[in-house]
Design a protein around this ligand. Structure first.
Ligand code: GAR
Length: 234
């Protein structure tokens, strides 16, 4: 990690409610880090406003201005690296990233995806979960690898699908869970406890292999989890 507090760079494409949750945890001291920059590939999104309000440097790199994915990725890499990041967080960043980009940040890039992976990779996850008649749905936080939504999952939060759920109502309940688990994983990473051992293709916590995905539901108190995770080692 860098001198002083470790640097986080957050990539967004939209409303930035996950970004907000992380901003709030950093502001109250629970995540001992500095959000060095928020970068969006779409101009004028609400997430940029949230960052500016929190006094965070923002930048827009519009993918539309580049002839190829590789050129966009290269420009994005230059921008991110100018902030000397210890952690890159994808928070509703809706671009597929090329292998070179992903490999460059392997082990220090996290994503949140609105489904219980490996179910429903890609887009429209809530709609697809409803159409499939799922009784449970949720969200996953994972390290990013070159497989789309396929990197090793750290934690999943499950929500029960209700009989009268719409895509919107389900998405809303999933978001509530996202705002609980993403800051938590960010904290574990920033504290140096959570690592992706790339060679061994495994996640470690305090040096021990995380044997299975951490699973919580809407009733699990996040405060309890802070005590609970270290006990998984035994
Ligand atoms: C979140 O639900 C996140 O899981 C999803 O976009 C939403 C962003 O919301 N990400 C993906 O679908 C990535 N494949 P937010 O901008 O309010 O944080």
């Amino acid at each position: 990690m860098s001198a002083d507090k470790p640097n986080i760079v957050v990539l967004i494409s939209g409303s930035g409610t996950n970004l907000q949750a992380i901003i709030d945890y950093v502001a109250n001291g629970a995540i001992p880090a500095n959000i060095a920059a928020v970068i969006s590939n779409i101009p004028n999104v609400k997430g940029l406003e949230r960052a500016q309000k929190a006094g965070i440097t923002t930048s827009v790199i519009s993918h539309k201005e580049f002839a190829s994915r590789d050129q966009f990725d290269a420009e994005l890499t230059l921008k991110i690296d100018s902030f000397n990041p210890d952690l890159v967080i994808l928070a509703g960043f809706m671009r597929i990233l090329g292998d070179d980009f992903v490999n460059h940040y392997q082990g220090k890039m996290l994503n949140i995806h609105p489904s219980l992976l490996p179910k429903f990779t890609g887009l429209h996850t809530h709609k697809r979960a409803l159409e499939a008649g799922e009784t449970n749905h949720g969200t996953s936080v994972h390290f990013v690898t070159s497989e789309l939504d396929g990197g090793p999952v750290i934690i999943q939060a499950t929500v029960t699908v209700l009989p009268d759920d719409s895509e919107e109502s389900l998405a809303q309940r999933v978001l509530v869970q996202e705002h609980r688990i993403y800051p938590l994983v960010t904290k574990w990473f920033i504290e140096g406890r959570l690592k992706f051992d790339i060679a061994g293709n495994q996640i470690t916590y305090d040096g021990s292999k995380l044997e299975s995905i951490i699973k919580i539901d809407a009733d699990t108190p996040v405060g309890k989890m802070l005590d609970w995770l270290p006990k998984l080692k035994t």
